[in-house]
Design a binder for this molecule. Structure first.
Ligand code: HEM
Length: 246
């Protein structure tokens, strides 16, 4: 015998299947909205941008010789001591960076799915997806792959031809003494520049900083940041290739 369902139960069931459950918390509701995902992308992107500015500036220590560069890497590990234990500050930063990368990637993926789902008619991607959107998606994938390679190269030393712990100077010289090391880093540095150029401007618009009077200044800032970071990062392999760093 079929089980009877009361009318109010049926109503409840159909309501539940029609609409996704509304998240209870403000954070959950924000995450579910398009603007919420864009805000997550903007904030995590700006956090990573700050890290990149500091990282690029720190890398320039390579031009002052092995003692300065290796001493700087050692200082990073002792930062915050004795209040914090050895390497704790570094690990706090790493956890923050991983959280930012994951949040940025997941929000980007979900936004691109929503974008596809919102299209009334399926069309050939090549013709309609904007140049910037395509560059951002592919650039993001290239950067994610690069970060994995880069950590195996200069943090763990696994794929580095020298791979000595605590000696980033020698490891950097070893990387840029190989043709593939240079190819990987040059491609990644150009991807970083293009990503920041578009990403910084988009983030500013999402966070409400854009206006007809400010947009020119924001675009100039985005271009300036992209150029300084790309050239700053590229100066290291160029230094090794030209023999300035050896
Ligand atoms: C020529 C360019 C670059 C050089 C020479 C360089 C150098 C280094 C070195 C030596 C380390 C190890 C630091 C240490 O363990 O003390 C490192 C770590 C790292 N770099 Fe770079 N880097 C470059 C570009 C980049 C770029 C473009 C990104 C991001 C897109 C990046 C992200 C990272 C991250 C996430 C780490 C891991 C930090 C950690 O050890 O926890 N780097 N880099």
């Amino acid at each position: 015998m079929a089980l009877a369902t009361r009318p109010e139960q049926r109503d409840k069931q159909s309501r539940e299947t029609q609409r996704p459950a509304r998240p209870r918390t403000a954070v959950g509701r924000l995450w579910q909205s398009t603007i919420g995902k864009k805000t997550v992308m903007a904030v995590s992107g700006l956090f990573m941008l700050l890290y990149l500015i500091a990282h690029m500036a720190g890398n320039l220590k390579v031009f002052f010789g092995p003692d300065d560069m290796n001493g700087y890497a050692h200082w990073l590990r002792t930062l915050g001591e004795p209040v914090l234990h050895h390497e704790w500050a570094l690990w706090i930063m790493r956890v923050g960076l991983v959280a930012a990368v994951v949040a940025h990637g997941v929000a980007a993926y979900q936004l691109s799915r929503l974008d596809i789902a919102a299209r009334p008619v399926k069309y050939v991607h090549r013709h309609r997806t904007s140049y910037a959107a395509r560059t951002m998606r592919w650039g993001g994938v290239i950067l994610a792959l690069f970060i994995v390679w880069h950590i195996l190269d200069l943090t763990t030393g696994t794929v580095n031809p020298n791979g000595e712990y605590g000696r980033p100077y020698e490891n950097i010289v070893a990387t840029f003494s190989t043709w593939y090391g240079n190819v990987i880093y040059f491609v990644a540095m150009i991807a970083v520049g293009l990503h920041i150029r578009h990403g910084f401007f988009s983030a500013a618009q999402t966070l409400g900083a854009g206006s007809p009077t400010r947009d020119r200044a924001l675009k100039a800032t985005a271009n300036g940041l992209a150029l300084v970071l790309t050239l700053g990062f590229l100066s290291v392999p160029i230094g090794v290739i030209t023999g300035v760093v050896e």
